[in-house]
Design a protein around this ligand. Structure first.
Ligand code: COA
Length: 138
């Protein structure tokens, strides 16, 4: 089941968020994020366990994917794709955008599978690697 996150989901989101950044909890204060009217966080839940989440920002015609992460033992089972497909079905925006490190091949494969295309590169944005900007029209 996919549903909107609530404050009670914060510890599990922070735990899965460690897969994105070691200091995820400091960089993204999920409780504060949940209070922002332009932020939506969706969780994928099975048998009352959260297995992944998708963190987005709505900016009218564009919705940005800020973070997506799936529990390490539940990757490669289609959950990431289900979360993005859910966003595609439910967004009010005309376009989805995201930024990804060029070395994150699993994320790039997921985004490509979901119809995203590279539109720009920020050269050496992450020191010695590029940031790839991808977008998908709705
Ligand atoms: C990137 C991530 C979200 C993918 O989620 P997932 O649930 O494992 O992905 P899915 O099972 O839905 O895969 C969908 C498609 O993505 C691609 N993909 C996903 N993981 C992949 C991998 N490890 N290697 C190659 N392709 C991969 C495949 O094309 C796959 O389609 P297929 O199964 O039909 O071949 C997950 O690996 C993750 O949480 N990574 C750590 C956090 C992160 O880097 N997030 C992105 C930056 S915020």
């Amino acid at each position: 089941m996919i549903r909107e996150a609530s404050n009670q989901d914060t510890p599990k989101i922070n735990e899965i968020g460690l897969l994105i950044k070691k200091d995820f909890e400091k960089v993204f204060n999920i409780e504060e994020e949940l209070n922002k009217d332009y932020v939506q966080i969706y969780v994928y839940e099975e048998d009352n366990n959260i297995l992944g989440f998708l963190h987005t920002e709505y900016h009218y015609e564009i919705t940005d994917i800020v973070n997506i992460a799936i529990d390490i033992n539940n990757q490669n089972k289609g959950i990431g794709k289900k979360l993005i497909d859910y966003l595609i079905e439910n967004t009010k925006s005309e376009k989805l955008m995201l930024e990804v490190r060029e070395s994150n091949s699993s994320a790039i494969s997921l985004y490509t599978k979901c119809g995203f295309k590279e539109i720009h590169r920020r050269k050496n944005y992450y020191g010695n690697e590029d940031a790839i900007i991808m977008e998908r029209s709705i």
